[in-house]
Design a protein around this ligand. Structure first.
Ligand code: SF4
Length: 384
C-alpha cells in the first residue's frame, strides 16, 4: 500500500531533521548528560530563561549541590539566594521541594518513569518528557515553544497553541514524529555495534528543539537554506510570520509598591514574603501597596497603614526614589523607595519584620526590583 501524503511529509520531516541535526549541534554543557538529577536541574533552570543567562546558575547549583541530597538538605534561604536574579522564583521553591521528595520519600533515587518524573513538584509535561528522554531514552516527545513553532509552520497548523485542542493536537503530532524518527533511526543504525547506537528519542527531541532555536527562529526563520522547505506549508503559503497562533493575550495587572527603607542607626528592617503572592519566600522591605503612585509625600505619610506603623512622631522621611519598573508575566510592578529614619525606640508594629545591619543585607535574596534600587540608590532620585 502506498504511503499517504501526510505520512510522506512526516517521514521527510524526520529524515531532514536528523540530517540537519548531524551538522548543527547546539553546544551546551549539559548536552549528552544522562544523570537525571543534572538533566532535571538544567531543565528547571532553563524554563523561561535564555541559555546564556541560565548557564552560570547551572554551574553554581551543580558545584554547591552535587547530588539531589545536597540540594534537599540545603536551607531554603540559601537556595533562594543562589537563585536570586533568575526570576520565576516558584521554580526554586519547587526544585527544593522536589529534591526533598526524592531524597526523603524515594530514598534518593530519581524516578525512572515518565509518570514518576511528572509527579515531582514543578515538573510539567514538557520537563517530564525532556528528562525521560534525555536521561532514560524513554519514548516521550517534548513540546516546548520551539517545537510548537516548527510544527505549526511545517504542517501549516493554524490552531491556537494555547487552546486545549491545539495542545492535544501538537502533542499527538510530536509523539508520532518521535516514533517515526525512532524507527528510522534504529533501521539506519542496525549495522552498528549496540554500544555505538546513540539514543534515538533523546536525539530526536534535542534535534527538533535545536532546529527551532537555531533555524526556524521566531522572527527570522532561515527558509531559503532550510532542508524542510519543499514540504513546508508556511514557506509555500508565505505565512511564517503568522504561525504559530496564540489565542489569549496575557492580562497585565499594574501594581504600585511603596517600599519603606527604614533606617535605624544603620540597621534596616526587612521581611520575608510568606503570603501567596509574587516573590514568595524572597525578602523585601516593609511595603504599602496603593492603587496609584502617591502624588506627594503627604499622600504616603498620611496613608492609614503608614500612620498605624509609625504614628505622628519619631520618624523622618529623607527622600523618595523615582519609580522603578519591573515587568512580570502577568503583572507590571511600579515601585518607589521611601528612605526614612526612625528613632532608637522605634519597634515594628507588625509581626515578621527583621532588623538587619546594612552590610548583612546582601546575605538575603531579594526580587530584581530591589536589586535595581540597590544599584541606583546613590543616584539623585528625589522626586517629592
Ligand atoms: S522552511 Fe522556513 S518556516 Fe519552514 S521549517 Fe524551514 S525555516 Fe521553518
Amino acid at each position: 500500500m502506498a504511503a499517504s501524503g501526510k505520512y510522506n511529509d512526516r517521514l521527510f520531516f524526520t529524515e531532514k531533521l536528523l540530517e540537519w541535526h548531524a551538522g548543527h549541534h547546539r553546544p551546551m554543557p549539559w548536552k549528552g548528560e544522562r544523570d537525571p538529577y543534572l538533566v532535571w536541574l538544567s531543565e528547571i533552570i532553563l524554563q523561561q530563561t535564555r541559555v546564556e543567562q541560565g548557564l552560570p546558575y547551572f554551574e553554581k547549583f551543580k558545584a554547591a549541590y552535587p547530588t539531589v541530597r545536597h540540594l534537599a538538605d540545603a536551607p531554603e534561604d540559601e537556595v533562594m539566594k543562589f537563585w536570586e536574579g533568575l526570576g520565576y522564583y516558584s521554580r526554586a521553591r519547587n526544585l527544593h521541594a522536589a529534591a526533598k521528595q526524592i531524597a526523603y520519600e524515594l530514598n534518593g533515587t530519581f524516578p525512572a518513569t515518565y509518570e514518576g518524573i511528572r509527579s515531582l513538584k514543578g515538573v510539567g509535561d514538557y520537563t517530564a518528557a525532556a528528562i525521560a528522554s534525555f536521561a532514560f531514552d524513554l519514548p516521550h516527545a517534548v513540546v516546548d515553544g520551539n517545537v510548537y513553532r516548527v510544527l505549526a509552520r511545517y504542517f501549516g497548523i493554524g490552531q491556537p497553541i494555547d487552546s486545549s485542542e491545539g495542545k492535544k493536537r501538537f502533542a499527538q503530532l510530536a509523539q508520532q514524529l518521535l516514533e517515526i524518527s525512532d524507527l528510522g533511526f534504529r533501521i539506519s543504525a542496525a549495522s552498528l555495534p549496540k554500544s555505538e547506537i546513540p539514543n534515538p528519542k533523546s536525539n530526536h527531541n534535542q534535534a527538533i528543539m535545536d532546529f527551532g532555536a537555531m533555524h526556524c527562529t521566531p522572527a527570522a526563520p532561515k527558509c531559503p537554506t532550510c532542508p524542510m522547505k519543499p514540504h513546508c506549508e508556511a514557506f509555500q503559503q508565505q505565512n511564517t510570520a503568522q504561525l504559530p497562533v496564540k489565542s489569549k493575550k496575557p492580562e497585565r495587572r499594574q501594581r504600585f509598591f511603596n517600599y519603606l527603607i527604614i533606617n535605624q542607626n544603620g540597621n534596616f528592617f526587612i521581611k520575608k514574603r510568606t503570603e501567596k503572592d509574587i516573590w514568595q519566600n524572597l525578602y523585601d522591605f516593609p511595603l504599602i501597596e496603593t492603587a496609584t503612585l502617591p502624588d506627594d509625600r503627604n499622600d504616603l505619610t498620611g496613608h492609614v497603614i503608614f500612620r498605624q506603623w509609625f504614628g505622628e512622631n519619631g520618624w523622618r522621611l529623607v527622600r523618595v526614589s523615582a519609580p522603578i519598573k519591573q515587568q512580570l508575566t502577568h503583572q507590571r510592578i511600579i515601585a518607589t523607595f521611601c528612605e526614612m529614619e526612625v528613632e532608637d525606640d522605634f519597634s515594628p508594629k507588625k509581626a515578621g519584620w527583621q532588623k538587619v545591619e546594612k552590610e548583612k543585607l546582601s546575605d538575603f535574596a531579594f526580587p530584581k526590583i530591589i536589586d535595581l534600587y540597590f544599584q541606583k540608590k546613590f543616584l539623585p532620585l528625589e522626586i517629592f
